[in-house]
Design a protein around this ligand. Sequence first.
Ligand code: FES
Ligand code: MG
Length: 593
Amino acid sequence: MSDTRANKRFRSQEWFDNPNNPGMTALYVERYQNQAFTREEIQGGRPVIGIANSGSDLAPCNKIHVFLMDRIKAGIRDGGGIPMEFPVHPIQETGKRPTAALDRNLTYLGLVEVLHGYPIDGVVLTTGCDKTTPAMLMGAATMDIPAIALNGGPMLDGWWKGKRAGSGTIIWESRRLLAEGKIDYDEFMGRVCASAPSLGHCNSMGTASTMNAMAEALGMSLTGNSAIPAPFRERMNMAYETGKRIVQMVLDDLKPSDILTREAFENAIVVCTAIGGSTNAPPHLQAVARHAGVELDVKDWETVGFDAPLLVNMQPAGEYLGESFFRAGGVPAVMGELMKVGRIHEGAMTATGNTMGVNLAGVESQDTDVIKTCAAPMREKAGFKVLSGNLFDSALMKTSVISKDFQERFLSEPGREGVLEARAIVFEGPEDYHDRINDPSLEIDEHCILFIRGVGCVGYPGSAEVVNMQPPDALIKQGINHLPTVGDGRQSGTSESPSILNASPEAVVGGGLAFLETGDTVRLDLGASRMDAVVDEAEWAARKEAWSPPKIESQTPWQEIYRTHVGQLAQGGCLELATAYQKVREALPRDNH
Ligand code: FES
Ligand code: MG
């Protein structure tokens, strides 16, 4: 299969070696050779490898990549390629307002434009923080030049007073303790900051660790890439090996379209269940699939993934953090255990040039306290439920974080197990929630469900992580730490709350949530995967009739462009017009002078 340089003409040679237009060739060559490259390098028939650098001061979760660049470049050069690093628009989950999710599609657009418009034959995608990984995979899928993902890796484990302090997860716990008056503000800040002890992304199984596991499960990275902690020696080695490998992928013309198949996505869905992965994985993978032209439906998350087991004992679904996960074997060990029981499509092609089955041969858990076997999992049937009803066409519920307490309190009425009827309390966004959650006139008790709307892709804009709402302080003081919550936004992947989220279509575009009123009875039937407002049909129709869309005001040009073109979370929250562009590499851009 291996091709050699001698009989291969690269895309970059259309810039650097085009006999039909010598003037342009000279213009392309002179500026690149005046700084970092010689003419021999540029015109020597070697593939040019772009390195999409997502790290910066503004993007601390990915800043490790700034320090990995030398090793990536060394690998590319030793592989026979020419490395060209370039920046991508930053997406910092904890920094960007109103939400980093708004920028996923902007980074995607920028990446596609760079890959299309510059002399690049293959690309290293530096991933890490939540949305950086899907943005890069989406761009690679659209462009379809050889591409390989390199994670920056999780931070070291956080510790607070002898206990593991996991990214994000500790915030949700600590804000409850603060509300109960059990800790003061200084202790609150101390606990939260202790969870971030080094370079790297979140050390819990939040969206960052999940999405990097997804990249690996899809076959888009080298085996074992995703779980290596950022400061470890193995991370440096992985950067070098990834750089070396992408050159051979270009020589072999191993493209995303060879790797991102329906089977690859099914592997990723099953792995997402096994790791207790983030509720953000479905929209992100939907988006990657759509840009790759692969049929994937949000309901596939239940039909393919619900009956898979939870194997990884890592926060928020379990107790450990990234260092333990890595030492127990990381994603290859999880996939190896799943492969033993026939849950992995072994024939799926991967960035290594081998199939998943070959990559994983003989790999298994190195510590069954952290990565369980399928014979003795953390939980059976631990995937997402994909609910529908008159409030939405689809919404997700992560069953692996339904605690015993939550199960007993809300879903265990004798004879009606899995069924809950409760009174709706409706908030118009997070500001309204914070203003009114402790308002005694709402009479919120344990027979209530908290709803939040107006926080989806169009509404927020970008879809905010605000659905995991905390109960009123008074209820928390009575020991009720969770109420069921529902919304058309998302929640943090580090949350241990079994919220019902990503409701699509969202309220501001006329989804059923728009017609719900505080005081309505709402019925959840988990077994039937349904949630409905129990409201008289004529009354519901009258509310629909009387509804008009809210006036939406954007604060930046991008917000307006995004709102005009974005779809719903169930379909990946893509820029709808962008999904029509596939295999963009096949169309060479025109000369620029
Ligand atoms: Fe960046 Fe969690 S906030 S990885
Ligand atoms: Mg988040």
